[in-house]
Design a protein around this ligand. Structure first.
Ligand code: UT7
Length: 314
């Protein structure tokens, strides 16, 4: 994640809000913000290089790069093309996958399917966002929520009953309008009017999204456990998308998982969308909270709406 931090106290000076409101409603205390020179591909490439180093894999060995992002550098080319160039992965097919905050789980599912089909062997998946570039710092209902980050993982074939055991994906496009960026695409191309009307920023009906997220995250957690013939007691650590502590707690309750088996770092990073799960997974791993053989439950919800979950035996 970028170095620069915005705290809740900083926001108290920018909009009509309070540390108390932000912490009790969302769980966020601070978030990292990229500078003017940093775009999504820059964070993505850094995460990718670190993941490749840890996996002892050279960029030339990559067959596919999948970037889950809702804040690409440009409409086209894909951010994955820019990452391919930045890391020198000249043999890889680059592609973006747009599933908003569920982007990492979607990328994981597609990567797993490519490997299972035998078509590709080495796949780099990345969740990367600079949502703060499309955040309206005059809108208190959204500006306190988002942060920038990227996380990456290298996928390769695993033994049976190891690695990614099951995944589940879902969505409901009829509710797209509850969380979106209205302008800058083919529906409302950029114009003086769209800029004046502040339409190049995230618009979110927070409370309605909240209710949908609580239901969909719980459903997704149950669905993937069911597919694997498991239940909450089989889970050693849940790594949820970090949008709101209250949503995370409700999801844990649905599968009867105590909070000491849930990894939460939203207080320090805010909502980093597609980056939040790889960021949390990496942090949990570095802190020794993920041991070989552990069953991890990843679960996410995002704009679209999209949602998804994955079970991993580490
Ligand atoms: O990443 C995946 C998708 N995103 C999410 O899952 C986010 C889901 N939504 C949420 O996490 C929550 O809805 C929020 C944290 C965004 C908001 O919490 P809430 O409990 O749903 O609050 P609310 O939107 O119902 O607003 C309650 C009140 C309103 O005032 P009135 O109408 O009750 O007088 C808002 O105007 O809080 C007000 N408010 C604020 N007050 C102080 C909204 N933003 C702020 C703020 N500071 N920053």
């Amino acid at each position: 994640m970028p170095d620069r931090i915005l705290t809740n106290q900083d926001f108290e000076r920018m909009v009509e809000t309070s540390d108390e409101w932000i912490v009790t409603r969302s769980g966020i205390r601070e978030r990292h913000i990229s500078d003017d020179q940093t775009a999504t591909s820059d964070l993505a490439a850094l995460a990718a290089q670190r993941a490749l180093k840890e996996a002892s894999i050279s960029p030339e060995e990559l067959d596919v790069i999948i970037v889950g992002t809702a804040s690409p550098d440009m409409i086209f080319p894909s951010t994955a093309c820019l990452v391919q160039n930045l890391i020198g992965a000249r043999n890889a097919a680059p592609m973006d996958l747009q599933a908003a905050c569920s982007g990492f789980i979607y990328a994981l599912t597609v990567g797993k399917a490519f490997i299972n089909s035998g078509q590709y062997r080495t796949i780099l998946i990345i969740g990367a966002e600079t949502l703060t570039k499309i955040t309206d710092y005059k809108d208190r209902s959204t500006c306190v929520l988002f942060g920038d980050a990227a996380g990456a993982a290298v996928l390769r074939p695993a033994e049976k009953d190891e690695g990614v055991l099951e995944t589940y994906l879902g969505g409901n496009g009829s509710l797209w309008h509850l969380l979106h960026m209205p302008a800058g695409g083919s529906r409302k191309p950029a114009s003086h009017e769209t800029v004046d009307q502040r339409l190049h920023f995230i618009k979110m009906s927070g409370n309605e999204v909240f209710k949908a997220a609580v239901k969909a995250m719980g459903d997704a957690a149950l669905k993937v456990l069911q597919k694997a013939g498991m239940n909450g007691q089989d889970v050693d650590l849940m790594i949820p998308h970090q949008a709101n502590t209250r949503i995370i707690k409700a999801t844990a309750r649905r599968i009867h998982l105590p909070m000491d088996k849930v990894y939460v770092n939203i207080d320090r990073y805010g909502n980093t969308s597609a980056a939040s799960i790889p960021l949390a997974l990496d942090e949990a791993r570095r802190k020794g909270k993920v041991k070989p053989g552990d069953v991890l439950l990843l679960v996410a919800f995002g704009g679209g709406f999209t949602w998804g979950s994955a079970l991993i035996r580490w």
